[in-house]
Design a protein around this ligand. Sequence first.
Ligand SMILES: [Zn+2]
Length: 204
Amino acid sequence: MDVRRMMISTPCPACGERKLLYTAAQIDVPYFGRMVETLLLCAHCGFKHADVVSGRTNEPTRVTFSASGPEAMMVRVVRSTSGTVRIPELGVVIEPGPSSDAYVSNIEGVLNRVAAVVGHLMRDAETDEARQAAVDRLAQIEEAREGRLPFTLIIEDPYGNSAIGHESARVESIPPEEAERLAKGEVTFDVQNLPDPKDALGAN
Ligand SMILES: [Zn+2]
């Protein structure tokens, strides 16, 4: 795997020190292609920001995968900071936010993240109804994780930087007027001095 590391001169957005280490690593996503995972890490305060960039498109894309059976849990999922995750059967919509981090995981990992959020909702519930709704949702997520509840994983990304690595995953472009309505996530720091992650794709 081609990995590049370098110190960059941009001040850390959290502490202002010029101690940012930038790492770009190639990853190969099955049936999708080459992507670059980037990480900014401050050696002074520990600030971290991860993202993923596709080597193949910058167009708004929607990736859809029908998951059924336990084997679907191992399917590779790449969600960039601009990816909106939807699982209609589980009532899940996760939009990018100011602190949203990219991740490279598998479908089980996505369900674990969703379960963690619903777990918080359950603990913070102010009414019995809200608590029960969260309990029911957690039971559904568990069924999905065991492969007993088929569901659809959809990731919409205005920059085409998200992927699901399976031969039956459908990739389609999103019309511009529809892409306009997608949350894009906020860049929390000035990126003008950063190397282009696509340079890490190298000449091969
Ligand atoms: Zn820092």
